[in-house]
Design a protein around this ligand. Sequence first.
Ligand code: ROI
Length: 161
Amino acid sequence: MRVYIGLGSNLEQPQQQILTAIRDIEAIAGLELVAQSSLYHSPPMGPQDQPDYINAVVAVETELAPLAVLDALQYIEQSHGRVRKRHWGERTLDLDILLVDDRVVNETRLTVPHPGIAERAFVVYPLAEIAPDLTIPGKGKLADIKANCPLDGLKQLNESP
Ligand code: ROI
């Protein structure tokens, strides 16, 4: 099963938060990191009186159930001392399950594809960098979504490591 994970941070050295979080994901037994995007710099979506974000997307291969992956990601968020000050506000580390193969999941704790996946440049562009040929259940081809998705100030920081 291939799981795509979105990473975001705008507090406590965001770039470091994201790089460490990728290492943390890699270290989880049962998850194999198979792709990682560049880091991206993006203006906040939501309240504008918060710092800019660093965003990235990674792909993992796993046999774990989606909720077990979610548990592991929430554990990593907590271990980064996740602070979330307000709704749609600044946060130390946000890890979102974006896609699980071509599956649709509607559970209390988890909605897949991630709602808003197709409207957020800071998800669409890094995702397209590592998986340009994806089709998103219910939303269509990622390449078409990207072609219609304004950059909204998104900037690619470095080439993929
Ligand atoms: N804005 C940007 N640019 N990047 C994010 O990761 C992000 N995450 C969020 C909200 C607050 C919606 N805004 C964001 O959760």
